[in-house]
Design a protein around this ligand. Sequence first.
Ligand SMILES: Nc1ncnc2c1ncn2[C@@H]1O[C@H](COP(=O)(O)OP(=O)(O)OP(=O)(O)O)[C@@H](O)[C@H]1O
Ligand SMILES: Nc1ccn([C@H]2C[C@H](O)[C@@H](COP(=O)(O)O)O2)c(=O)n1
Length: 243
Amino acid sequence: MLLITTLRRLSMANVKPSIVFVLGGPGSGKGTQCAKIIKEFGYVHLSAGDLLRTERDIPGSRYGDLIEKHIRNGTIVPVEITCNLLHAAMNNSRKDRFLIDGFPRNQDNLEGWNREMAAKVNLQFVLFFDCNEQVCIDRCLKRGSSGSGRSDDNEESLKKRFITYFKDTLPIVDHYQKQNLVRKIDANSSEDTVFEEVKKCFKEVMYSTLHMLWKQSVVTGWKTTSWQQIHKNSSSTFLKKTW
Ligand SMILES: Nc1ncnc2c1ncn2[C@@H]1O[C@H](COP(=O)(O)OP(=O)(O)OP(=O)(O)O)[C@@H](O)[C@H]1O
Ligand SMILES: Nc1ccn([C@H]2C[C@H](O)[C@@H](COP(=O)(O)O)O2)c(=O)n1
């Protein structure tokens, strides 16, 4: 146990915040799954959409009208606004691991992030929720009729949001796929079934990071137990508590 805690500290010696981008169509379950991930694995959840809605609702915000126009039209707010909100939320949290939900959503988002933030963080992977369009639409309409209060949970906005998703967001997923960074999850089934897949994915990434750190510690001559011993000790309860 002590050993792995030490390994983790070593990993943070060179600290850059770790980021997982969470992408998928409107209603694919990004927010729902992020809520589960933070409980199990201790990340901070930052939803670009939520940050924009909060900014829109601040009385006198100079961006309020612009944000609302984009939300209703299903188009994407200029990256300078979204990236600043994300950056501020990361700084304010004082934590070092973030799920960034609903970003980057188009080429402008990607370029702005690469300009301002990419070098300051460690992008772990992109979690991509692959979900049938009609399943997503039904979920969002149900969310709207159950009182979400969202101005875009209606058929007209959803049509536009899906046009943006197919035209602008999927190419961003492809971009990261080419770098082998995408972990695709089938998001059509129940919340719990989807989460089982999500958990597998996070555990794989964590073990492979631990393994890399363990190999480094061996290279630098640090006395360690065998990898098998570490693997045996790092149960999922352990990962939940310490990772
Ligand atoms: N696997 C699932 N099965 C059925 N309903 C689900 C599932 N996952 C989420 N939902 C429901 O579908 C709706 C949309 O889910 P959620 O808000 O998590 O999606 P999202 O991808 O974050 O959406 P958006 O991009 O519009 O913010 C919610 O009402 C949620 O309770
Ligand atoms: N990177 C982003 C994320 C969100 N928005 C705007 C436009 C979206 O339709 C809306 C809702 O986002 P969601 O809650 O579905 O993630 O917010 C954006 O412009 N840029």
